[in-house]
Design a protein around this ligand. Structure first.
Ligand SMILES: [Zn+2]
Ligand SMILES: [Zn+2]
Length: 255
């Protein structure tokens, strides 16, 4: 499995892009950054998007991806998977024919550029040759993390946005997760804000790692708010864990 990091930031400023991780060129974990990072050939290879939640920083690449596919007449259908609550938010609030077109009917209803596939937590589903399990995490809106396992049974875990949580770690323990990609949005001094907004700080991350049995061999931290970048980095370094790295935009991780 190869994971290309299109975006790994907790907001958008020059040099930092919103979350999107491309698995083997085919499946996108979150969709904060697409069209500014991929060419049309790469966009055409993209078949599935696993959405953690409907917050704007995680979905904002989708409207332009669909626009590109339709205007270039590619004939592609992209399937967006998530919980029904997340998909309902997209349908009602984004692709509603007002904010953006309803691409489930375009370019024509028989061959649309967009289709939704609601999945349920805890039940593994097949997506291409991958086994995907979605688990609820703790955020201010309905939100899910994903564990994606390839044919060689190598798996990556991705929390999306979450405050302290439990079920995801249990699900991870039942699988051979080689690498965990987890958010850490705020520095320790903003713990109250982090908890209120359903996010982690370095100290809260340390407590989450203590719940993992065992912790995965590799942990990548992402979704840092750019304003607090150096502060969060210093606090994560101070945890003294040799297996934690910061996810870098543009890098490719191999499992
Ligand atoms: Zn969020
Ligand atoms: Zn976010």
């Amino acid at each position: 499995m190869k994971i290309k990091v299109l975006g790994a930031s907790g907001s958008e400023v020059p040099g930092h892009s919103c979350p999107a991780l491309l698995i083997d060129g085919k499946i996108l974990l979150d969709a904060g950054t697409i069209a500014v990072a991929l060419n049309i050939r790469e966009e055409r290879s993209l078949r599935h998007i696993l959405l953690t939640h409907a917050h704007f920083d995680h979905i904002k690449g989708i409207p332009f991806l669909l626009d590109n596919l339709v205007t270039r007449n590619t004939g592609n259908t992209v399937t967006v998977l998530s919980g029904r609550d997340v998909l309902d938010d997209l349908r009602k609030n984004i692709f509603n024919g007002r904010i953006w077109p309803d691409f489930t009917r375009l370019p024509d209803p028989a061959h649309p550029a967009l289709q939704y596939r609601a999945i349920r937590p805890e039940r593994p589903v097949k997506v291409d040759e991958y086994s995907v399990v979605m688990e609820r995490v703790h955020h201010t809106v309905p939100a899910y993390g994903y564990i994606v396992e390839d044919g060689a049974r190598k798996a990556v875990g991705y929390t999306g946005d979450t405050g302290p949580t439990d079920r995801f770690w249990k699900s991870m323990a039942a699988r051979d997760v080689k690498c965990l990609i987890v958010e850490t949005s705020f520095p320790d001094r903003l713990e109250t804000l982090a908890l209120a907004s359903g996010h982690l700080t370095p100290s809260l991350l340390e407590k989450e790692i203590a719940k993992m049995r065992p912790p995965p061999p590799k942990i990548y931290v992402m979704h840092l708010k750019p304003q607090y970048l150096s502060e969060i980095e210093a606090e994560v370094e101070a945890l003294g864990r040799g297996n934690i790295e910061f996810l870098k935009e543009g890098e490719v991780i191999g499992l």
